[in-house]
Ligand binder design. Sequence first.
Ligand code: TNX
Length: 538
Amino acid sequence: AGAALCILASCSEGPTKQMSYNQGINVIPTPVSLVQNEGSFKLNKNTAFSASTPEAKTVAEYFAAQMNLATGYQITVSDKAASNGIALTIDETLDVNDEGYTLDVTPNGVTVKAKNPQGLFYGMQTFMQLLPAEIESQAVVNGIAWTAPCVTVKDEPRFGYRGIMLDPCRHFIPVENVKKHLDVLALFKINRMHWHLTDDQGWRIEIKKYPKLTEIGSKRIDGEGTEYGGFYTQDQIKEIVKYAADRFITIVPEIELPGHELAAIAAYPELSCKGEPTTPRIIWGVEDIVMCAGKEEPFEFMQGVFDEVAPLFPGEYIHIGGDECPKISWKNCPLCQKRIREEGLKADKEHSAEEKLQSYFVQRMEKYLAEKHGKKIIGWDEILEGGLAPTATVMSWRGEEGGIAAANLGHEAIMTPSSNGMYIDQFQGDPKIEPVSIGGYDPLERVYAYNPTPDTLVAAGKDHFIKGVQSNLWSEYMYNTDLLEYRAYPRVLAVAEIGWTPLARKDYKDFERRLDNALVRLDALNINYHIPQPEQPN
Ligand code: TNX
C-alpha cells in the first residue's frame, strides 16, 4: 500500500527502517491488564522457543516461522527451556477464561501461559505487537533492533464470538484473498468468519448432489452482457477451513433460506412456487421469487445441501439466513396455503400466517441439522417473526431490537446492528470523495463507539445472552478485493477491540494513537486500507 507509507514521517526517505511510527505500547485490542516494567527483551539469533505440549509446539512454530521471515534468524522450537527463550506453557489452573493468557516479558526471556493453545496464540499475538511493526514483514528487514518492552499482561476476551462476515456472492472473493483476510483477523484476535455463501446474485459453494448450482447458479450476466461468476470447490473450502483453524478462527457458513435464493432457483426452478425459468439476479435489492414452503422439494433440497455443507465445517453453527423473504409468492400459492391450513399456522395479532410458515420452514431445518448433523442454527433477526425456533441464535441486524428480544426469550444473540456502525460496507468518510457505497455513514469513531450490551439487558441481568459482535462486509459495491480491503480496514480493528476489550478500558483517542503502529503491520501484509480524509466543502 504505497499511499499508506505516507502516514510515516519518513515518507520522503523511502522504506520505514527509521521506525518513525509510534513506538509506545500499541496493542490492539487493548488487554484487560498490562503493566510496563523496567527494561526490554531483545530477540536475537540465539532466541529459541520452548513448548510444553505438542499443541503448544504448533503455536510456537507458527510464530517462529513469521519471526524468521522478518528477521532472517533461524529461531527454533524445542521442548526444553532455553536462556533468552520464549516459553509457551499450557496451565489448566490459570485464572483466565478459555481464550485468555498471561504474558511476561523480562530482559531474560518471555513466558506465555494459557489454558489451551488458543490462549497461547493470543498471548503470542500480543507479544508480536510489542515488537517493532516490521516483525510482520514478509521478507527480511535488516537494521532493526528487535526489542520488546518488559511487561506483565493478564488478558482474556470480553466476548466469545468476535466475527466478521464476508459476502462472496455479490462480488466473488478468491481463495488467496480470503486467506489474506484470515491473516489479518488473526493478528487482532477475531475468532469467527461468517461466510455468506449463497444469495440471489450467485451460489458460491460446490454441492456434488446438485451440480447445476455452480454450473448455472454461480454465473450471472453483469452490465453490457459480460458473464460474472466464481465459486469455491469443496477442496478449496476444506483448505480455507484448515487455514482458518490454524489461526483459531472458526468459519460459520451461511446457506440462505427461504429467501435470497434466486441463484439456486435459477438452477432448479422447481424450488419456487410457480417453477418458472429464471436467472441469477443481476441487480441489488430484495427478490420476490423465493423457495416454496408448500412443496416438499425445497425441504429435500436443503437437506441434500446441508448433508454436504455440515461435514465441511467443524464449527457448532450453521447460519440458515432467514432475512428479507417477501411473502407475496406464498400468499398466491395454493400449496403454501394448504400447508398453512394443515399445520394450523393461523395468523394472530403479531404475525401473519405466512410469517408462521417461514418459522415452520426454519424449524424443520433446525431439527434436521440438530438430529442429523449435531449443528445449531443461527439466523438473521427475521427468524423471530412467526415464532423463534427453540434452539436458534439470533443475529440482530435491523438495529438491536432483535437481539434484545432474543435475549429476553432466553436465546443467544450476536449483535451486528446496521444502525450502530456494524455495517462496514457503508461509507466511512465524505460520500463526495469516497468510492460509491450502499449508503449509510459509519466512520471509524462511530464503529469504535458501539457497545453490544444494551442497557436494558444489563439492567435485567440478561446481557450474558449476548455472545458477541460482528461486522458485515456486504459486497454489492466491492467490485474487487482492493475495495473490500479498503472498506474493511481499519474498521475491523475497531470491531476487534469492541469484541475483546472491557468496556471501561476502551478509549478512542488512545485507539487512534495505537492505530499508527497497526497500519505499518497492515502495510507488511499489503493491505489496501483506508486513511481518513477531511470532509469536502459543498
Ligand atoms: C441487507 S443484512 C441484507 C443484505 C444486503 C445488505 C446491504 C441482511 C441480513 N440482508 O442482503 O447485502 O442489506 O447492506
